[in-house]
Design a protein around this ligand. Structure first.
Ligand code: ANZ
Ligand code: ZN
Length: 812
């Protein structure tokens, strides 16, 4: 059979008969299956696309046959840097290149023969979508969840743009590897930190990979401790430190302010001002990650001032050091060198006192900080308390004098959403010299992204160069005003698209509440693990914020999540043009057809793991499909007979059939496509064995087995199975057939094979009736020739039967 030639025919028929249209009437059976938003890149679909979309479509097809009303939409996350960078390089407008790319991608996705319902397509760079992104921005603004502040930002001088912390890898731009600079700009933020606790609490209830849940928890980074206030000696100033180890307060031998701490100038004495100023200007380059590294050589300067330890009145020096971050806690720490590694390194370098206050039961080594919990010592009034007890007792004591309190901190920061770039959703705010930042009235949405813009990088927002766009009037006072020239981070577009899919044509609101409440949460979300901490967290935040605005009534967007693995190049490295290890699916599809290619991707890799590309198995899959074609042809040509008695041989076939149904059903559900396909291959072997046994055939049994085989294969090779199904004379469409059920009673074998071990080493196999009792089994095992020989002169001490598996004979 020419697998390639039947594809178009069936795709057309599926389209014409609306086979995969989602039917909202069957809402009680809905199953929302979603692959993470795809970026319309210029190249043709690569192996990764096929792997992600092809196999998650197989899962969707399986669920459909199980009777679910599957909702599987497709769309494009169409704004973003790559298109803009491409435009800067080639002069081709981002809109033109993006829309062209989308068209090619749509076309190729259709050729895959997937069940996407294109009526629900979304394209985020179209104004009917980004109008609602702007609307949601205004809602967040209204709720105080969007705000503007001056912030030190990561600036890439090459891309000429601000980057999120996550886009900075080892101090370099994730895209172009240029060293990042710090710059202060007024930026828009979303207040995701308001939801830190709930985002953390709800993780445990999600059916997500454990590793991803752990990463997200660490990213949110809750830490409980206390805030302690130190007065500056001989001054009216005071500052507060955050600590998770209040129990070590007696061991504090100096305090540190971050170089950016607002009090630095005030506490620095005239003698020290030059040195401090020099130090601050030197340390603007390091990233936060570098600054916190224990590997890095510690740096710092003394301010000339002292602070008072509130627990014992001791005078301790105030230092400035960049290992303390202004963005975490209070931007100041109490340093306890005896019990903290970074403080220890710092104290060693600057010869500051190291005072031990936690005893480690002799476990400590004086040349190293003791960072574990233990028993307090050198802490008058608190000695012999445990770390846990003292953390509470010391804060309680400080609380009496208003010098401390309990405090929980999160690592999570507010989400910086403004980008000084062109190709994104314009921020719907107008800046008026009189009225300040004024939201664009809802009726004036969308704020259209103008087409004619000079987007070559100049270090300022490209939109500011378009006079017509930027100049407007204030909606409040009517005087001349300017539009916000920034656009939104594209993660904003992808934080709510799963809500828009279900009601994508709504022009009155972003989505209808009743529709989202019945269609969501997404039942199965499939995508790469690289999104663990950004997209997945942002989408969860949006869902919770919109819930609190009354726009929807569930708490979490994605009930169940699966990460697919990555197909690497044949050399085991990530595929990339520069490495020259990119595998294109095109030639394979041309040669074998999309069914063979899809089934091979399912068979050749463990879906969740992925692996290096290797096409050894693709011929085997092709041969397998040809074997299937032949056996179905033979089955269809058998003349029906009256013969229907179930004989021994047929029991084997029945067993194989039901065993395959059971395994495939279980395995596809777990995204274990490779093992599912291996079981299908075994079933086909069993079918040949039966047909070629030379005995009379139970035709109706055989035909039923053929039908089940095709149904079980239909999710992987949809075109081929449709064709063969028709060739057998069955009614259109195989994809509307119910998924086969297995019969547990057929899985009980009359006879079973048991391994016979001597001293735990397998020596022989015996075939016994499956209901034989243990004594008879022992007798048979001991009567086996190989066993008699192996025992030889030795004495049998014990014979143990392990039900259904083996017999172990202990000899000595
Ligand atoms: C005294 C102390 C003694 C500390 C000790 C630790 C061990 P997590 O768990 O990450 O929340 N710290 C607080 N604010 C900081 C900042 N802005 N920059 C750098 N370090 C900061 O860590 C909390 C601990 O990190 C705090 O507890 C503080 O050092 C430090 F034996 O206070 B600790
Ligand atoms: Zn105004």
């Amino acid at each position: 059979m020419d697998f390639k030639s039947i594809e178009r025919k069936w795709q057309k028929k599926w389209d014409e008969t609306n086979l995969y249209k989602f039917d909202p009437e069957k809402i009680d059976k809905k199953r929302y299956i979603l692959e993470m938003f795809s970026y319309p890149s210029g190249a043709r679909l690569h192996v990764g696309h096929w792997y992600n979309y092809g196999l998650s479509d197989s899962y969707a097809r399986f669920k459909r046959m199980q009777g679910d009303e599957v909702f599987q939409p497709m769309g494009f996350d169409a704004f973003g840097l790559p298109a803009e960078n491409y435009a800067i390089k080639t002069g081709i407008h981002p809109k033109d290149s993006t829309l062209a790319n989308i068209e090619t991608m749509e076309h190729q996705l259709r050729e895959m023969g997937a069940t996407f319902d294109w009526d629900y397509e979304l394209i985020t760079c179209n104004s009917d979508y980004y109008k609602w992104t702007q609307w949601l921005f205004l809602k967040l603004l209204e709720r105080g969840l969007a705000y503007r502040k001056n912030a030190p930002v990561n600036f890439c001088p090459n891309c000429n743009t601000v980057l999120a912390n996550e886009q900075v890898i080892d101090g370099e731009c994730e895209r172009c590897s240029t060293t990042i600079e710090k710059k202060t700009l007024t930026q828009w933020f979303f207040k995701i930190t308001d939801y830190a606790q709930e985002l953390l609490d709800d993780i445990d209830g999600l059916d997500w990979p454990e590793k991803t849940k752990m990463m997200q928890k660490n990213w949110i980074g809750r830490s409980t401790g206390g805030e302690i206030t130190f007065d500056v000696y001989d001054s009216s100033l005071s500052f507060t430190v955050f600590t998770t180890r209040a129990d070590t307060l007696f061991g504090c031998s100096y305090v540190v302010l971050a170089p950016e701490h607002p009090m630095v100038q005030e506490v620095t004495t005239p003698d020290n001002i030059d040195e401090v100023t020099q130090y601050i200007s030197d340390c603007t380059k390091a990233t936060e990650i570098e600054r916190q590294s224990t590997e890095r050589e510690k740096t710092g300067v003394f301010t000339g001032s002292y602070a008072i330890n509130p627990i014992n009145g001791e005078k301790v020096p105030i230092w400035i050091a960049d290992y303390v971050l202004v963005t975490y806690g209070t931007g100041a720490v109490m340093a306890v060198p005896a019990h903290d590694s970074r403080d220890f390194q710092f104290a060693a370098k600057f010869e500051l006192p190291i005072k031990r206050v936690i005893s480690g039961d002799g476990k400590q080594d004086d040349s190293l900080p003791f960072v574990e919990h233990g028993i307090l010592t050198n802490s008058p009034g608190f000695d012999s308390l445990t770390t846990e007890q003292a953390k509470k007792a010391i804060i309680d004591k400080l609380k009496e004098n208003n010098k401390g309190d309990f405090k929980t901190n999160f690592r999570l920061r507010d989400w910086l959403v403004s980008r000084q770039r062109y190709w994104g959703t314009p921020i719907p705010v107008i800046h008026c010299p009189e009225c300040g930042a004024v939201p664009v009235p809802e009726n004036d949405l969308p704020v259209l992204l103008p087409y004619e813009v000079d987007f070559s990088p100049k270090g300022t927002s490209p939109l500011a160069t378009n006079e017509e766009f930027i100049n407007t009037t204030c909606p409040k006072c009517g005087k001349p005003a300017k539009r916000d020239a920034d656009t939104m981070d594209t993660f904003v577009c992808s934080s709510w698209y799963f809500l828009r899919y279900v009601d994508n044509k709504n022009d009155k609101e972003p989505f209808n509440k009743e529709i989202v409440d019945t269609m969501l949460p997404v039942d199965k979300y499939i995508g790469g693990p690289e999104h663990a901490c950004m997209h997945l967290l942002y989408a969860r935040f949006f869902t919770k914020a919109l819930r609190d605005m009354g726009l929807l009534s569930f708490d979490e967007p994605f009930t169940s999540l699966v990460h697919q693995g990555i197909i690497l190049g044949p050399d085991g490295n990530r595929m990339s043009k520069s490495r020259g290890n990119v595998i294109s699916p095109d030639s394979y599809i041309k040669k074998y057809g999309s069914d063979v290619f899809r089934m091979y991707l399912g068979f050749g890799f463990a879906y969740i793991e992925g692996g290096a590309w290797n096409d050894d198995g693709i011929k085997a899959v092709h041969r397998f499909l040809e074997r299937v074609v032949r056996i179905i042809e033979r089955g269809a040509s058998l003349t029906p007979s009256n013969y229907s008695k179930i004989k021994e041989k047929e029991k084997d076939l029945l067993y194989s059939r039901h065993y395959t149904i059971k395994s495939v059903t279980y395995d596809i559900d777990k995204f274990q496509f490779n093992t599912s396909i291996a079981r299908l291959m075994e079933l086909v072997n069993a079918m040949y064995k039966y047909l070629d046994s030379g005995e009379e055939i139970n035709v109706s049994l055989f035909i039923e087995t053929c039908k089940d085989l095709l149904k079980l294969m239909a999710p992987f090779t949809p075109h081929t199975c449709e064709e063969l199904w028709q060739n057998m004379g069955n009614e259109y469409s195989i994809h509307n057939q119910p998924w086969p059920e297995f019969d547990e009673s057929k899985l009980v074998k009359d006879t079973i094979e048991l391994g016979v071990q001597i001293n735990s080493k397998i020596r022989a196999h015996i075939e016994v009736a499956s209901d034989l009792d243990d004594d008879k089994i022992k007798e048979l095992a001991l009567a086996n020739e190989k066993i008699i020989e192996a025992i030889g002169e030795k004495t049998v001490r014990k014979v143990i039967v392990i039900k259904g598996r083996l017999v172990n004979i202990v000899i000595s």
